[in-house]
Write a protein that binds this ligand. Structure first.
Ligand SMILES: [Zn+2]
Ligand SMILES: [Zn+2]
Length: 239
């Protein structure tokens, strides 16, 4: 399993790209979220044809703004490229369908929809209302062989995800968690709330402006890990 982040910024931190990753999982490639900076990034690196599955945490623009563009691009410019949206439940599938219908009329021409359960090893954690009021959001846990990786999506407090992780059979777990350095921000997880979980989980922060990280932030940020970043991987490949 390999996570390659295409961006790690928050909704307004465009210099760092919208938070999204290409996940290599059981021989497949999953695009995990696709905000408005993702399509240009995929184009720049000729990666649109790599997108086999798409998995979304929620429908905010910094997580879906490139969705229609990617699908249209695959349809018109790539051969044998029809991405599959993995959906955790029927209500969310209907929301994504409607979201696309308003943009492309007949989504089924450009994308297939498959239940997440058909790709075993990924569990959705329903985090409804924990990011913004009445918004459907999900965190996801990926398991392949000895590896377990959790991806928080946007979430204002960490308890639901960690309660779920604590209920799983013990295993070394990497957690990619959204993080904010502002205690007033209730839509993302204030970094100090994650400190009690540090001893049991390897936590990396994302969905933030790394230049705002305070001196007492004990968490490594994905942005600073070349091995987790597309930019770092490309650099590595050139050397
Ligand atoms: Zn976001
Ligand atoms: Zn959001």
């Amino acid at each position: 399993m390999k996570f390659t982040f295409l961006g790690t910024g928050g909704a307004f931190d465009v210099a760092y790209g919208n938070s999204a990753a290409l996940v290599e999982f059981k021989g497949h490639t999953i695009l995990l979220d696709c905000g408005f900076t993702v399509y240009p990034t995929l184009r720049q690196h000729q990666l649109t044809s790599k997108v086999e599955y798409i998995l979304l945490t929620h429908l905010h623009n910094d997580h879906t703004g490139s969705l229609a563009n990617i699908l249209l691009h695959c349809h018109y410019y790539n051969t044998n490229c029809k991405p599959i949206i993995l959906y955790p439940d029927d209500d969310f599938r209907d929301e994504v369908y409607e979201f696309l219908r308003l943009q492309v009329q007949k989504p089924e021409n450009y994308v297939d929809f498959t239940p997440l359960s058909e790709l075993p090893g990924i569990t959705a954690i329903d985090t409804f209302g924990l990011h913004t009021e009445k918004l459907q959001t999900y965190a996801y846990v990926f398991e392949e062989n000895a590896e377990r990786v959790a991806f928080s999506g946007d979430i204002g407090q960490p308890d639901a995800l960690f309660a779920f992780l604590r209920g799983m059979p013990p295993k070394a777990t990497t957690v990619f968690h959204d993080i904010t350095f502002s205690e007033q921000n209730s839509t993302h997880t204030y970094y100090k709330k994650l400190i009690p979980m540090m001893q049991d989980y390897h936590i990396y922060g994302y969905h933030c402006d790394p230049s705002q990280s305070p001196e007492d932030n004990p968490f490594q940020l994905v942005h600073h890990q070349p091995h987790l970043m597309l930019s770092g991987r490309l650099q590595e490949a050139m050397n």
